[in-house]
Write a protein that binds this ligand. Structure first.
Ligand code: ATP
Ligand code: MG
Length: 722
């Protein structure tokens, strides 16, 4: 047996981990040290040397994209298909279990997954039903409370309210929300994990079956597991199965969502004689990038402590660019990408990473302006877009008419002349009869509770869904989607809207049909109808790979989404106080350290070249905010940094990268300042980039959104503040 190929491209420490005898193992190591690579090779080793069947291996990754990649790599090493191996995210695996054992999990066979948006709406409805004022019971906070408890494995009756009035009320809302979900057969994301855990806890034979099956469990990005996930793993492994976890405490970035960094310590205590292997060589980044990132993370306390070095070249310094504002920042980033591309490199080697999703819009516009293709991961998720959710709403109702979330979403979209009053009546009946809104509608019509126009409108809607149910039956998936989009009137509605936005929505709806066409029912969903499988897919995958993946495109995503990935050229945008670290950071203990870990994750995505950019002023929620350079840039020793200045013609006041923003000082008597937004009668809106001369000779350079950069004589330009 030739197993050398499984060990060839590994260093000694990595080999030690890959070829270790069957045992519990922790691989603890910094970014880019080959943890994921070790995990993949270990899986191959287990099959080839320990003779463990693919069927008996379960691997957990953090995103569906990572899961797909992992499967591909194992298959490449083994030269065969690994379809019986379970590789997925915690949520994906939990979903798979619940589908197979819906009855034991006390779920209806056709239960639906609801995303966080649906959950939010449902909570609002529950509050309304309980006559609670949203001003006092903020739905977001309740959502947080419910998910937080679920992540800890707590049902309402487990919660100790300490006889506190507010606590008790929260507990009641949680219980009422859960009732509503159970009645309608809806499962939120946190519920997937909790149910899967309860499934095993309450059904020893089901648990025994999986314990017998999965001899080897492997977990990537372990530092971001939460308590319920940990408990689930613990239960699965029992006393006989072995687990390998890999992780990096410095990359724990989901504490705000309940991840528990202490799980690494728990693992060492709870599992039978675990060994720890540390990897110390980084293969990803240049020495400069690595040193810069190491210097930043060194400011955190209470780390488990890891060394990280590289044999790689020193590389270029980390470039820091101070934009006048976010438009200028975006323009700079795009110009750098353009010159990278013009040198013959590919676009997909470039990633723009940001702290918040909302930052993407300006970047997108700058890319569009330069005709550079881009793809967004996460965030503006395809399946989360309004029109897509509308269309999916119809499909959901057709496949499961008791889905109240879907009912609410589409009953009056497009408008069928149904007012709030009618809807209120339906909700009220559903509550009092303890039934779904679908059933309530039938009751209201047939038992005469509703009359006249309202009843007609409702009847039309019910007729439509019933007809669709008949018509879609037996059609291929994409035709089902197409029919639903057309027959529901959604397409016509957006067609009538006109304008670019509506056009984009129509394109998205068309794209949905394409997505259905390309959809391959995954093996675990073979029992389901293609439509049900697609709807589950849409909820779970929510756009992780929305765009056409063959196209060469710049990659845009939040730093959270970039976890585990690597790119030759990386831009970290918006690295300024108030953005990153974010405004909220100061309010919560431990948040700053988590924020710094996020900076570490962001910086260590870069292989060859890292840019960190910020904007001295940024328009947020309609207001210009002035920000200073982020502490995370200042924590990098200056030997690794180079400040990028604008082209030499610029006569803007030179300012040190550590100085406060000076460019907003109004220039002499002109009434305008650098970076300011202005409006020109003919050229529209733009940003002041530069100025020269004085008095009647004063000229100003403005970068117009539509017309690009122009020099104008101030005396004639008649610029106004925008
Ligand atoms: P992260 O913490 O960001 O998830 P990681 O520790 O999982 O990083 P990998 O993604 O597995 O690191 O590896 C980083 C890069 O280094 C990859 O491109 C990988 O192929 C490469 N690499 C890992 N080990 C070796 C090795 N022994 N020889 C050559 N390249 C390696
Ligand atoms: Mg990794």
């Amino acid at each position: 047996m030739d197993v050398s190929r499984l060990l060839d491209d590994l260093n000694d420490k990595q080999r030690e981990a890959v070829a270790a005898p069957l045992s519990n193992m922790l691989v603890l190591a910094g970014a880019g040290s080959g943890k994921t690579r070790v995990l993949v090779h270990r899986m191959a080793w287990l099959m080839e040397v320990e003779n463990i069947a693919p069927f008996s291996i379960l691997a957990v990754t953090f995103t569906n994209k990572a899961a797909r990649e992992m499967r591909g790599r194992v298959e490449k090493l083994m030269h065969r298909s690994m379809h019986t191996m379970w590789i997925g995210t915690f949520h994906g695996l939990a979903h798979r279990l619940l589908r197979s054992h819906y009855a034991e999990a006390k779920l209806p066979e056709n239960f639906q997954i609801i995303d966080s948006d649906d959950q939010y709406r449902l909570i609002r409805r529950v509050l309304k039903a309980m006559n609670l004022d949203e001003k006092h019971w903020a739905p977001r906070q309740i959502q947080w409370y419910i998910n937080g408890n679920k992540d800890e494995g707590l049902r309402p009756h487990h919660i100790d309210t300490h006889h506190d009035h507010t606590q008790k009320k929260m507990q009641e809302i949680y219980a009422a929300y859960q009732d509503a979900c159970d009645r309608a057969g809806l499962v939120d994301f946190a519920e997937l994990l909790l149910r899967a855990h309860e499934l095993w806890a309450n059904n020893p034979d089901v648990l025994a079956h999986y314990q017998n099956r999965f001899q080897a469990v492997l977990v990537d990005e372990f530092q971001d597991t939460n308590n319920i996930q940990y408990a689930w793993l613990r239960m699965l492994c029992g006393d006989n199965n072995t687990i390998m976890i890999v992780g990096d405490d410095d990359q724990s970035i989901y504490g705000w969502r309940g991840a528990n960094i202490d799980n690494i310590q728990h693992f060492l205590k709870d599992f039978h004689s675990p060994s720890t292997i540390r990897l110390e060589q980084n293969y990803r980044s240049t020495a400069t990038i690595l040193n810069a990132a190491n210097a930043v993370i060194a400011n955190n306390e209470g780390r488990l402590g890891k060394e990280l070095w590289t044999q790689g070249s020193e590389g270029e310094p980390v470039s820091v660019y101070a934009g006048f504002n976010e438009l200028d920042e975006a323009r700079f980033i795009v110009s750098q990408i353009k010159s990278w591309f013009d040198k013959g490199n590919s676009l997909q080697e470039c990633a723009i990473l940001y702290r918040n999703n909302a930052q993407s819009r300006v970047l997108e516009e700058a890319l569009l302006h330069e005709n550079l293709a881009y793809r967004i991961y996460g965030g503006l998720r395809f399946f989360e877009r309004q029109e897509i959710k509308d269309a999916l709403g119809y499909l959901r109702l057709v496949s499961h008419p008791h889905d109240d979330a879907a009912f609410e979403r589409v009953v009056n979209t497009p408008s069928r002349g149904m007012g709030e009053k009618t809807l209120g009546q339906i909700r009220q009946t559903a509550r009092s009869q303890n039934c779904s809104m679908w059933q309530a509608s039938h009751l209201l019509i047939h038992e005469g509770g509703m009359k006249g126009r309202a009843a007609n409108a409702l009847q039309t809607f019910i007729g439509l869904i019933t007809d669709l149910e008949q018509e879609l039956n037996q059609l291929p998936l994409e035709e089902q989607a197409d029919k639903a989009i057309q027959r529901s009137g959604l397409y016509a509605m957006y067609q009538a809207e006109k304008g670019e936005k509506a056009q984009a929505r129509l394109e998205n709806l068309e794209e949905l049909v394409t997505a259905c066409k390309q959809f391959v029912v995954p093996e675990e969903a073979e029992e389901m109808t293609p439509l049900a499988a697609f709807l589950a897919h849409a909820s779970l995958e929510a756009g992780e790979a929305q765009a056409d993946s063959d196209q060469d495109a710049v990659q845009l995503m939040t730093i959270h989404t970039a976890k585990g990935l690597e790119f030759p050229l990386v831009f970290l945008a918006g690295v300024e106080e108030g953005m990153f670290p974010s405004q909220m950071t100061n309010d919560e203990p431990g948040r700053m350290e988590e924020e710094r870990r996020l900076a570490y994750v962001g910086m260590t995505r870069a292989m060859q070249k890292l840019f960190m950019t910020y904007a001295e002023s940024r328009r947020l929620y309609g207001q210009d905010k002035f920000h200073t350079i982020s502490r995370f840039i200042q924590e990098i020793p200056s030997e690794y940094v180079e400040e990028v200045r604008l082209r030499s013609t610029i006569s803007r006041p030179v300012h040190n990268r550590f100085s406060r923003a000076t460019s907003h000082e109004a220039f002499e008597n002109s009434g305008f300042s650098l970076g300011q937004r202005v409006r020109h009668r003919k050229f529209g809106e733009g940003v002041v980039l530069n100025y020269e001369g004085s008095g009647e000779h004063a000229r100003v350079q403005v970068n117009f959104a539509e017309f690009g950069s122009k020099w104008l004589v101030l005396a004639y330009a008649k610029l106004e503040e925008a």
